[in-house]
Design a protein around this ligand. Structure first.
Ligand SMILES: [Zn+2]
Length: 74
């Protein structure tokens, strides 16, 4: 799955190969080197699907901790 990002220097849209995630890549436009992001785009999409607040950290453990904290506060 290609990774779509932008050059942090010239803001040009860049498509990277999956193998380049987390690697140092060179912008084809301005030849600046930067570290390619790992696949965080998929996580961002998933966070928007639920439509509930706090969905990003909605792990079972986090939900349990939230319930405990709420009970402790009365
Ligand atoms: Zn650039």
């Amino acid at each position: 799955m290609p990774i779509k990002t932008r050059c942090p220097d010239c803001r040009a849209p860049i498509t990277l190969a999956d193998a380049e995630a987390g690697e140092t890549v060179t912008c084809p436009g301005c030849y600046a080197t930067f570290t390619a992001p790992k696949r965080v785009v998929a996580a961002a999409h998933r966070a928007g699907v639920g439509g509930q607040s706090g969905g990003v950290n909605a792990s079972p453990l986090a939900m349990v901790e939230a319930g405990i904290r709420r009970a402790a506060n009365g």
